[in-house]
Design a protein around this ligand. Structure first.
Ligand code: SAM
Length: 260
């Protein structure tokens, strides 16, 4: 019997998520309010001196590195992770400066500017390339997301737009949050960015369903997983927003500390 495809899940991402189309659609500047919002808050968070340590694990990096541009000012040991082979290959292409790799220079320049132009954008790219030590396969729905690799607990977990994509409902979100939390030291920080009220996003002609989250639900889940919320920023657009490529109501960035 033919059933409707679920438009999400590991096999679907592995076969249908095109990293180059994703980067072109969602990771360019100018004219990208969601990216500008996330970059601004990540720059403040990682330059505040409050979120610190040696090791940061980025969960569900996709083919993207924008989320790590401020983090590399603090963390010297960064581990990128993603579910799909193609995304990890795209990341490695940028790390090794291969021809055809994504040109992140407009975004790097913007982040340098947010941080007061202390270093040039080329120095920032070098710093980030040096900080990223590993690119690992991961599935947040697994008890150990980086299985078979067992990582020491990190000082910080970062994750942008991943749980909304990976989880089909609130129950799955809670499970994935708990799985991610096992990778974090007690007292360490979880920094997350994403969309509220998300329903789907398009990568080219391919539709990916998301789970719709509210600020109240995220706060409740964090508290249930043993976190204290230190900062919760929301873009504050409460009206449902329709865009050509995705549907959501607003975007958020938060910092939470795992109970020690
Ligand atoms: C919307 S993209 C976000 C990528 C990137 N973090 C960003 O901010 O642009 C969602 C990412 O989640 C990854 N993903 C989906 N399901 C996952 C899972 N079960 N475990 C880990 N990553 C997953 C996808 O491969 C994809 O790279």
């Amino acid at each position: 019997m033919n059933s409707m495809p679920e438009l999400r899940g590991p096999l679907y991402y592995q076969s249908r998520f095109d990293p180059k189309v994703y980067l072109k659609t969602y990771c360019g500047l100018p004219g990208n309010p969601r990216l500008l919002f996330i970059l601004k808050h990540l720059a403040e968070i990682f330059n505040s001196g409050k979120v610190k340590g040696d090791t940061l694990i980025d969960i569900g990096s996709g083919p993207a590195i924008y989320q790590l541009m401020s983090a590399c000012e603090t963390f010297e040991n960064i581990i990128c992770t993603d579910l799909t082979d193609k995304n990890r290959e795209e990341l490695k292409a940028w790390l090794t400066s291969q021809p055809g790799a994504c040109d992140w220079s407009p975004v790097v320049q913007h982040v340098c500017h947010l941080e007061g132009d202390r270093i040039t954008w080329r120095e920032k790219e070098d710093r980030l390339r040096k900080a990223i030590k590993q690119v690992l396969k991961c599935d947040v729905m697994e008890k150990n997301p980086t299985d078979p690799v067992v990582l020491p607990q990190a000082d910080c977990i970062l994750s942008c737009l991943c749980l909304e994509s990976a989880c089909k409902d609130h129950e799955a979100y809670t499970a994935a949050l708990n799985n991610m939390t096992t990778l974090l030291k007690p007292g360490g920080h979880l920094v997350m960015a994403g969309v509220l009220g998300g329903k789907f996003y398009m990568v080219g002609e391919v539709k990916f369903l998301g789970v719709s989250l509210s600020e109240a639900f995220i706060r409740e889940s964090l508290s249930g997983a043993g976190y204290i919320i230190e900062r919760f920023e929301c873009s504050g657009e409460s009206r449902e927003r329709w865009e050509k490529t995705s549907q959501f109501s607003s975007y958020y960035v938060f910092v939470a500390r795992k109970n020690s």
